[in-house]
Design a protein around this ligand. Structure first.
Ligand SMILES: [Zn+2]
Length: 343
């Protein structure tokens, strides 16, 4: 493992994000705000919003303006929802002022890049548990080890990414994690076109197939119903959406699971391990219950975590997208939201 805190606070460069949206931004907070928010949240969110307001007023009124207000995330993490409301009321005032200033024809689009659970969260004992189960936790895989994993912890989020040495079977890591308090389930790759979900509620395989007719998914219950999808699978069957192998179209699943406890779970969990969302995709991804997180212990010691995000549950997975001028579909996938962000 390399990088970590120093790399993070060092520079804000596009190489940290494979497909960077940062070039598009007319405003984002100065880098030190990302950390200062946890030390002086009120000062930082107020400064963030005032800087946005000033930058907006100085920009040409003839084109779109993109701003990223990030202080609301840190504020909610460390101070909770009541304090966030004050910040949102202040933002509302600034946006009204902008509307008065620019005229009614100016559309304001507001969206978040993730949701939040609004409850105090505890750290899961991931490393202790894996050691007890016979795994060695390392920050490099130079020496060969049959039960060797790396579990980098950074931001305090509702998920954990576990990396396995070549000799270590991700299925065994996932099975070991199923009994850890705070873990809802974990997921690992099963060949080139499937993932397996394993947790205390059982195990299931998500199979993806793509042909001329488009993308299709199957939810194969191996034991129990870890994603609570069996009733939806029955509905799809009743409506004739399932083929002989149990596959239904991606859009049929999306339509029926976008508002589910685990929103759009099949595509979301499959893509979490099979699409290049990050540069180094994990071997096992852990989804915590709301109320639990994993991250750097140095940060855990510094703060109480009053809200967080990152698991596959609804409170984290649902974001918002709103406009002063347009009505949007009830659910839009983040991957498909970009066309909605411009008027
Ligand atoms: Zn956050």
């Amino acid at each position: 493992m390399r990088g970590g805190v120093k790399k993070y606070i060092g520079r804000r460069t596009p190489d940290k994000i494979p497909s960077s949206y940062m070039d598009e931004l007319d405003y984002q907070e100065p880098l030190p705000f990302e950390f200062l928010i946890y030390a002086a949240p009120d000062t930082v969110w107020r400064a963030d919003m005032q800087r946005f307001r000033e930058r907006f007023r100085a920009a040409p009124a003839t084109r779109d303006f993109f701003a990223f207000l990030k202080a609301t995330d840190g504020l909610l993490h460390c101070r909770g929802p009541e304090r966030l409301k004050i910040a949102l009321a202040s933002l509302d005032k600034i946006l009204r002022e902008i509307q008065d200033w620019c005229g009614d024809e100016t559309e304001i689009v507001l969206f978040s890049d993730h949701g939040m659970n609004l409850q105090e969260n505890r750290r899961i004992h991931l490393q202790t548990h894996l050691r007890r189960e016979g795994f060695e936790i390392k920050d490099n895989f130079r020496a060969r080890g049959r039960q060797t994993v790396a579990a980098p912890g950074f931001g305090l989020c509702g998920y954990a990414a576990v990396y396995c040495s070549d000799e270590t079977d991700p299925a065994l890591v996932s099975a070991a994690l199923a009994t850890l308090e705070g873990v809802d389930f974990s997921v690992y790759r099963d060949g080139a076109d499937a993932v397996v979900v394993k947790g205390s509620k059982g195990a299931a395989r998500i199979l993806r197939e793509e042909n001329g007719a488009g993308v299709r998914f199957a939810y194969e219950q191996l034991s129990g119903d870890p994603l609570e999808l069996s009733s939806i699978k029955s509905v799809l069957g009743g409506e004739g959406e399932l083929d002989a192998r149990g596959l239904a179209s991606d859009s049929a699943w999306f339509e029926r699971t976008a508002g589910h406890t685990y929103p759009d779970a099949l595509a979301n969990l499959y893509n979490s391990l099979h699409s290049p969302r990050v540069r180094h995709t994990a071997d096992v991804l852990v989804s915590c219950h709301d109320g639990y997180y994993y991250g750097a212990s140095v940060f855990s010691r510094m703060m109480r975590l009053l809200a967080t995000h990152g698991n596959a549950l609804r409170s984290s997975s649902h974001a918002f997208l709103m406009s002063t001028h347009r009505a949007f579909p009830p659910y839009v996938r983040a991957d498909e939201a970009q066309p909605f962000l411009r008027g």
